[in-house]
Design a protein. Structure first.
Length: 431
């Protein structure tokens, strides 16, 4: 599938983005071991979250889905059933890493794999701590790539300091800790998204946070109602389009504003972006609100490793915006981007060069000199949802017809993204 964007164009109007992908995964996974029926509204339509539901179903969890409304019957902390087939996490690292956190304590044998991209991603980061807790879990090669074979055990709580700042790693350990003896503590290098901690607390768990350390005590979670806010990482593409495309003004409603997810907005503020917070609600367990974004004159920014952790899924958009900003933008400490669904540093640099931008790749990031006029190009998604969507935004800035090949990958996080853009006035077609 390909998308064609005829630029330049602006984005104008109001929109709500689909439910947050990270929160939806956690709602399904935590709901599956809770005591009772969890009712979730605003569940993400992302292909990744469907993978989580399918893995849970294959483990015997009863799930009813009606669009974005989900009901999950929890096992009240008892084991899932042993799967008869290999579990398939598709393209989703969160499904695999957090799923293994739950499986680690269950006395069943399971094999979990994924698509080509997921099978190349490092799982040692969860294998090591889950083994220390007592699970039998193995992957392939030096990085412990999938398929993973896992047999859960009687877990013991540990105190662990991961080598990498990763919400997926932290969450896998905390989920395993729910069924371990004693306390489980994770000491993070830098603060990562805290959706797991918030949801655990909301469901009755004792979670202690002290700086960048999180401790959980074993418990059975209570079933609750969960209303998932819109996904900041999906909104990020519309925010970038609104800021960079002359004549734009766009309102994004009901978007998640958890401070551990708004690092992107902070970096944009440093670039001089005009983003207004029209409304904010602290009701419930995750803050949310409405943002208004308008076209802004941007200036270059220095992005450091701490910024990268706080905006891990949006850093590439900073690179695209840097092509429109005055001065040299330096992105450093971003080598984790090479281990995502694709090598996002390499893919971003190559794509920006095709568009005519002045970019230099570095081992852990890139430097971009702006401002620069972009020219239409043919760009590939590299089978990576975030690159697919980013190139459509680039197409709005470039003069002429930009073609994004491998467009179908956008549905891994935002099915119908082209429809969302059309509704805001973008000249885009996909097929
Ligand atoms: C996620 C954490 C991040 C992020 C991913 C979703 C999560 O990954 O990139 O899209 O839901 O916990 P890492 O934990 O590997 O940084």
């Amino acid at each position: 599938m390909r998308a064609e964007v005829n630029g330049p164009c602006a984005v104008n109007g109001e929109i709500s983005v689909p439910g947050d992908k990270s929160i939806s995964h956690r709602a399904a996974l935590l709901g599956s071991v809770s005591d009772g029926i969890c009712r979730i509204t605003g569940f993400s339509p992302a292909g990744d979250c469907a993978s989580t539901l399918e893995v849970l179903r294959a483990l015997g969890v009863k799930i009813r889905r009606d669009g974005s409304d989900i009901e999950i019957e929890g096992t009240a902390g008892r084991s899932f059933g042993e799967p008869v087939d290999v579990l398939d996490a598709g393209n989703s690292g969160t499904t695999m890493r957090l799923g293994c956190g739950l499986l680690a304590s269950m006395p069943i044998q399971a094999i979990i794999t994924g698509d080509e991209s997921l099978r190349a991603r490092p799982m040692n980061r969860i294998i090591k701590p889950l083994k220390l807790m007592g699970a039998d879990i193995n992957g392939n090669g030096e990085s412990g790539c999938p398929p993973l074979e896992i047999r859960g055990g009687d877990l013991r709580g540990i105190e662990y300091s991961p080598d990498v700042a990763s919400a997926q790693v932290k969450s896998a350990i905390l989920l395993a800790g729910l069924q371990a003896s004693g306390r489980t503590t994770v000491n993070e290098k830098a603060p990562t998204r805290d959706h797991t901690e918030r949801m655990l607390r909301h469901m009755g768990a004792s979670v202690l946070c002290d700086g960048t350390s999180v401790t959980v005590k074993p418990c059975v979670l209570s079933a609750v109602k969960l209303e998932v806010p819109g996904d900041m990482s999906s909104a990020a593409f519309l925010i970038a389009a609104g800021l960079a495309c002359p004549g734009s003004s766009v309102k994004i409603k009901n978007v998640g504003l958890n401070p551990s997810r708004t690092g992107f907005l902070e970096i944009l503020r440093r670039m001089g972006a005009g983003i207004e917070l029209l409304e904010r609600s602290e009701e419930g367990w995750e803050p949310r609100g409405t943002l208004k974004v308008k076209h802004s004159r941007l200036k270059a920014v220095d992005v450091t490793d701490v910024d990268v952790v706080a905006a891990i899924d949006e850093v590439m958009l900073i690179a695209l915006l840097a092509t429109q900003a005055e001065g040299v933008t330096r992105i450093r400490g971003a080598s984790e981007l090479r281990k995502k669904e694709s090598d996002r540093i390499d893919g971003t640099v190559k794509g920006l060069i095709s568009l005519g931008a002045r970019v230099n790749e570095t081992p852990d990031g890139m430097e971009i000199k702006g401002p620069c006029e972009l020219g239409a190009a043919v760009l590939d998604s590299n089978r990576d949802h975030r690159l697919a969507m980013m190139w459509s935004v680039a197409g709005m800035l470039a003069k002429g017809k930009t073609v994004v090949t491998g467009w179908e990958w956008a549905s891994v996080s935002y099915p119908g993204f082209e429809g969302a853009l059309s509704s805001l006035g973008v000249n885009i077609s996909a097929g």
